[in-house]
Design a binder for this molecule. Structure first.
Ligand code: GTP
Ligand code: MG
Length: 139
């Protein structure tokens, strides 16, 4: 399959716990190439825009508060079959259901504070990447 790209965020719980380096090591060892990266902090409003698809869900306000509670690292990653392979690497949304050896199994604290985001389609990977990065920040 052709090289393609996905978008990820190391979420506030994992970033503040000092797990960024360990997670980046897993990402690189799984064959992903980092093509863009930055440390930043979302406002609750921007977190709400990012997770707009969930705005009718009961956990939406909590999610926006949590995602704006501290610094995150945003990255664009390249690999063949990037979106699906990255979802496999991070594991299920709920760490209690995440497979052994996945990022969420190792580092997530709860279904909400679940360490890492991964795009769910090529289209969303493109949209989410451009939410954080301009084209001249991608290599
Ligand atoms: P992302 O990669 O972050 O998009 O996670 P996901 O695709 O595995 O899950 P989904 O898009 O359904 O949910 C987005 C985020 O909302 C999750 O990663 C969690 O942080 C949070 N979330 C999802 N379900 C629940 C829930 O039932 N309760 C709470 N409190 N948070 C949830
Ligand atoms: Mg999702």
């Amino acid at each position: 399959m052709a090289q393609n790209r996905t978008f990820t965020m190391i979420k506030p719980d994992a970033f503040s716990a000092g797990n960024t380096g360990a997670i980046l090591k897993m990402i690189e060892e799984a064959g992903f190439r980092i093509v863009a990266a930055k440390v930043t902090k979302l406002t609750a409003e921007r977190a709400g825009q990012f997770y707009e698809v969930h705005k009718e869900r009961p956990f939406y306000n909590d999610l926006c508060e949590y995602m704006s509670s501290g610094a995150i690292m945003a990255l664009i990653l390249e690999k063949d079959n990037a979106v699906a392979d990255f979802r496999t690497l991070i594991g299920a949304t709920n760490p209690a259901e995440a497979a052994e050896g996945t990022v969420r199994k190792l580092f997530a604290k709860s279904i909400e504070a679940n360490a890492i985001h991964g795009s769910d389609s090529d289209e969303n990977a493109q949209l989410e990447g451009s939410f954080f990065f301009s084209k001249d920040e991608e290599f």
